[in-house]
Ligand binder design. Structure first.
Ligand code: F6R
Length: 587
């Protein structure tokens, strides 16, 4: 979704610092971008449609500026609709994340007061409202505050005034973080762009308003009362948030995975034992997540059943809204999320909280909305994940859920051994030879229009996740299903040469999934088997060694690699698939 990067400081480098900052947020997905800087007592503005790529800006040197990458919601992808937006006097520049749901009423009121609108966006009402407030005698801070409290919906705004050397920002729902550097402040929609400048971060809470000049001041947006500012030091490393020698973040993050698994195996036991205790005292535990995080939740249910002999519930976060009648004060809701900002998760959590249920956050992003709203929390520890397609955060969730299942039966050390073996197997799969075999396979698959992925039990979650990975970056229609469901409909689509990826680990699902593979083959399908065993039915075999209950971890690696290779082969940018955003903050 939209990205924000702003700067105020002693150095007159605002245009270049902001442009570089926006580049670090490109992974969030966007279709246009813009930067405004203060220039004397005027505002200089540059806006563009498309990606930043190698762009430079011809803005004047300045010590203060605001920048934005826009993911269109209200109004087409045009330069006029790109942010920042100016007021009628061109003294104020404003950018915005979120949706001002009552913008039509506000725009109508402002038009009747002769404000001129230049765009089709909901955002533009905000800058004219602030202008109107200032014309009525409010100072800049008051004017921003008064306007912000009138917006409905989840929003973050950042405003600059050419008559002051200040940036004012407020948020409700959409994320915003402030970084404190030496003689400079940075404001961004997430910390990953700021870490190269400073690791001292303040995560704005909802209904906080921040004023940045040579110092930082924080206010409650509704009461106007001053609040204490608390900077935390984050431990993300700059190199974790940059490409290094890799051509794309997606492949870099796939290669980060052995390290992520080993860190969890070696350092998470105590925190996971605590979470096991919380589950034991709860009456009803629900795992919820969206997309890849939902697939991890589903895997969690199977792992719990198999290892801990306990029943957990799961639902897609966006559907959980309709299942909440079950919740009581004794329920536990475990929210899985890489970004910690996904609106489809935040909404049902808010309702669950309202019912008095306990919220446990399993998120990757310190200070994120879900992290803050949770009663208990555990960071995934995957480091910054920048490719839109989630890989290492998925592996981190699986590793934690596996360890948690063993922690329930007080066998955490067994999980640790399994995880370390899984990490070795992931590393082996990332070596030249297995990758070359997948490269060859991607040549054939890139010409196909449909792919099916099938698995049973734990591998059903893998089949769903493999299908999502392949379709989202290669745009090949891929459908994941449980082996048992084939005969209930989908087998009708199998014809000569239809590729089917079959997950066949050495577990209780092996025989049944091989029978499914035979049924597909009998109808002309081509079978790509991902298994420790070379079964006769496979046309292609990708060996993934048996790691007992942890086999689900290496099992997804060939599918992650294949999706990356397919995207690259088809000439698509795997890091920024079309129409998708890394952090989904609107419904
Ligand atoms: C797919 C993918 C998405 C996310 C989903 C939830 O590769 O990345 O399906 O998993 O949007 O995002 P988070 O985990 O940030 O809540």
């Amino acid at each position: 979704m939209c990205g924000i990067f702003s700067y105020i400081g002693a150095s007159a480098s605002a245009p270049s610092v902001i442009l570089d900052g926006l580049k670090t947020l490109e992974y969030r997905g966007y279709d246009s971008w813009g930067i405004a800087v203060k220039y004397g007592r005027k505002i200089a503005l540059e806006k563009n449609v498309g990606k930043i790529g190698g762009a430079t800006v011809s803005l004047p040197k300045s010590t203060v500026g605001i920048g934005h990458t826009r993911w269109a919601t209200h109004g087409g992808v045009t330069v006029k609709n790109a942010h920042p937006h100016l007021d009628c006097t061109e003294k104020l520049a404003l950018l915005h994340n979120g949706i001002i749901e009552n913008y039509e009423t506000l725009r109508h009121r402002l038009r009747s007061k002769r404000h001129r609108f230049r765009s089709e966006t909901d955002t533009e009402v905000a800058v004219h409202m602030i202008e109107e407030n200032m014309q009525e005698g409010m100072d800049f801070l008051q004017a921003v505050r008064n306007a912000f409290v009138q917006f409905s919906g989840l929003n973050a705004i950042v405003v600059m005034n050419s008559d002051t050397e200040q940036i004012v920002a407020a948020k409700n729902g959409s994320p915003l973080v402030v970084g404190r550097g030496s003689n400079a402040f940075y404001l961004a929609s997430d910390a990953s762009g700021i870490v190269r400048h400073t690791k001292e971060i303040h995560f704005l809470k909802d209904n906080e308003l921040v004023v940045l000049d040579t110092s930082v001041a924080l206010y409650d947006v509704t009461t106007g009362n001053k609040l204490p500012v608390r900077f935390e030091t984050i431990d993300w490393k700059v190199e974790e948030a940059s490409l290094g020698n890799f051509p794309h973040f997606m492949i870099k993050e796939i290669f980060d995975q052995p390290k992520v698994i080993r860190t969890i195996a070696n350092t998470y036991a105590d925190q996971i034992d605590d979470l096991a205790d919380v589950i034991k005292t709860a009456k009803g535990t629900f795992l919820i997540g969206a997309g890849t995080a939902y697939h991890a939740s589903l895997a969690g249910v199977y792992l719990f059943s198999k290892i801990a002999k306990e029943h957990l519930n799961t639902a897609m976060a966006s559907e959980f809204n309709y299942l909440e009648d079950f919740l009581t004060k004794r329920s536990l809701v475990i929210a899985l999320s890489q970004s910690g900002e996904t609106i489809d998760i935040v909404e049902p959590l808010t309702r669950a909280k309202g019912k008095g249920s306990t919220i446990f956050a399993l998120v990757n992003t310190l200070g994120s909305t879900i992290y803050r709203m949770a009663d208990r929390k555990l960071l995934l520890g995957a480091g910054p994940e920048k490719a839109v397609a989630s890989t290492k955060a998925y592996i981190a969730k699986l590793s934690i859920l596996l360890m948690l299942s063993f922690a329930m039966i007080k066998r955490t050390s067994e999980a640790k051994k399994l995880l370390l073996s899984a990490a070795d197997e992931v590393e082996r799969l990332l070596k030249d030879q297995p990758v070359r075999a997948l490269e060859q396979l991607s040549d054939t698959l890139s010409k196909k229009q449909h792919i099916f992925t099938v698995g049973r039990g734990l591998s059903f979650a893998t089949a769903l996740e493999a299908a999502l990975k392949i379709k989202e970056v290669s745009y090949i229609h891929t459908e994941g299903l449980a082996g048992g469901e084939l005969k209930h409909g989908t087998i009708a689509l199998i014809e000569k040469g239809t590729p089917c990826i079959v997950f066949a680990p050495s577990d209780e699902t092996y025989e049944a999934i091989i029978s499914n593979a035979m049924e597909i083959k009998a109808r002309g399908g081509t079978i790509i088997g991902i298994s420790p065993i070379r079964a006769e039915v496979f046309d292609h075999w990708i060996e993934v060694k048996d790691i007992k209950d942890a086999s689900i971890i290496p099992q997804i690696i060939p599918a992650q690699l294949l999706s990356y290779l397919l995207a690259v082969r088809k000439g698509f940018d795997p890091d920024k698939p079309r129409n998708l955003a890394k952090s989904v903050t609107v419904k």
